[in-house]
Design a protein around this ligand. Sequence first.
Ligand SMILES: Nc1ncnc2c1ncn2[C@@H]1O[C@H](COP(=O)(O)OP(=O)(O)O)[C@@H](O)[C@H]1O
Ligand SMILES: [Mg+2]
Length: 239
Amino acid sequence: MLDLDNVVTTYGSIEALKGITLSVPEGGIVSLIGANGAGKSTTLMTVSGVQTPVGGEIRFRGELISGLKPHEIAARGIAHVPEGRRIFPRLSVREHLEMGAFLRSASSDDWERVFTLFPVLKERLGQPGGTLSGGEQQMLAIGRALMARPALILLDEPSLGLAPILVSKIFRMIREINREGLAVLLVEQNAKAALSLSSRAYVLETGRIVASGPSADLLNDPAVQEAYLGVKRRGGAAA
Ligand SMILES: Nc1ncnc2c1ncn2[C@@H]1O[C@H](COP(=O)(O)OP(=O)(O)O)[C@@H](O)[C@H]1O
Ligand SMILES: [Mg+2]
């Protein structure tokens, strides 16, 4: 569905992506894990057109999309939930959801779908975004993206800064959204949760993919465990 082939993205003289090749299949959940500064957000921004790659190609359902404007990419069915959620403090929940549907007129089905996934948003429709909790703001950011009725959703660190109980709730929601047929490209520093949810994963280190495969294999890979899952190697200092 989505194919990145040797994608290079720069910020001035900094090469943030040094040739990224990855794929997301129709209906799949793929996770992209890696330390702070590895290039995870840049990868998503390059897919959604916020950054333009200087090398390589990005295809969506076979069509070359690298070089298109963000709204053109969104219109093809890719929604991006950016890191940090980008909720407007003074705009109401309703206004955020209406904004998500700007590319098309939302039907009552779209509203119902979001309210079924996130009942709390229905209760808070008139409330300013700034008064929501962190977890509710994340739900609103995802709900806003769903209003565009995308085929692929790019999620940048949805669990960041949330209490553990909310993290598992958000991950359950992602699974639910995927069951309805949406493909998901999930960026996370919470590698364990991401690998448990996804079927395939890629590990990013300073702009390069250093490991990839079925998520279950990566969960059991000693190098991945040590670097990203906080597991000490046998014979190490663990008591
Ligand atoms: N706007 C920017 N200008 C310059 N460098 C940037 C900018 N955004 C990110 N970078 C650099 O690009 C690299 C990748 O960043 P990023 O994609 O945000 O990583 P991650 O999301 O994995 O933490 C880092 O070295 C970061 O410092
Ligand atoms: Mg990031």
